[in-house]
Design a binder for this molecule. Structure first.
Ligand SMILES: [Zn+2]
Ligand SMILES: [Zn+2]
Length: 252
């Protein structure tokens, strides 16, 4: 009777040591990101950003798998990793797709068994990439602290959404370049921010070849309740770029 859980645990650790994956809090759902050909078994992220937007903050902090006091206190922005849009998912029957509100840019894939945010998709990724928020769930990758060349912050996004004093603290500590928008126009802050932004957008133009194994975000969505995306109708967080009163003078 006592051996079964131990074996199960060993299997779980084996999966986490080998693959890059994200799992829900209760363990019923796991998403394994499919690695690019030639990169061994652990998927290497396409890109790493830190997001300051009010939507990311809202969605990660309400996820039951959320595990970052530093993000909660806004001492750290929300890490986002981007992978090729191919996944192996166990526990698909527990998937649910939703949007924070009607005009939100991202569709979120969550585990409804325990209300954990798993990954997301935006039209800005052109169907090529899928993103995940490591602090919102149980993220594991053998590459994470093991010399992944991509495991560095490239770019900070929507920096005008982050509270001014908190952003200034971050900026003085690490000078990570970032961008924000004012009325549909992108503005840049920090050395090489525009080049990095262009590079990031360029990366999103390339996706997995048709013969890659696994399923895309769109495949998984179509197979779940006929592609239904629930609109949560949550109020937008304070300080969004959509608020007309926001004039991010500290970023000029
Ligand atoms: Zn769960
Ligand atoms: Zn965001």
């Amino acid at each position: 009777m006592e051996e079964a859980p131990a074996r199960k645990k060993t299997r779980l650790v084996a999966v986490e040591q080998k693959h890059t994956s994200v799992a829900c809090s209760c363990g019923k759902v796991r998403v394994i990101f499919v690695p690019a050909i030639g990169y061994g078994e652990a998927a290497t992220s396409k890109w790493r950003n830190e997001c300051c937007c009010v939507d990311c903050y809202q969605k990660v902090t309400r996820s039951k798998g959320f595990n970052s006091p530093a993000v909660k206190k806004r001492e750290q922005p929300v890490e986002i990793l981007y992978f090729m849009n191919r996944m192996h998912v166990t526990g698909k029957e527990h998937l649910k797709f939703s949007k924070l509100r009607d005009d939100a840019m991202t569709i979120n894939m969550t585990a409804k068994c325990c209300d954990t945010l798993l990954c997301g998709q935006s039209t800005r990724y052109h169907g090529n990439a899928v993103c995940t928020w490591p602090c919102a769930a149980r993220f594991s990758s053998p590459l994470k602290h093991g010399g992944d060349p991509f495991d560095v912050t490239r770019l900070r996004c929507w920096i005008a959404d982050w509270p001014k004093a908190k952003y200034e603290k971050l900026w003085s500590a690490d000078k990570v370049p970032g961008w924000f928008m004012v009325r549909d126009k992108v503005h840049y802050h920090g050395a090489a921010a525009q080049e990095l932004y262009d590079h990031f957008r360029h990366c999103l133009l390339f996706g997995p070849a048709d013969e890659w194994p696994g399923e895309s975000f769109e495949d998984l969505l179509a197979a779940t309740r006929g592609g239904e995306v629930e609109c949560l109708n949550l109020p937008e967080g304070a300080g969004s770029f959509r608020s007309p009163s926001v004039a991010p003078r500290h970023l000029r």
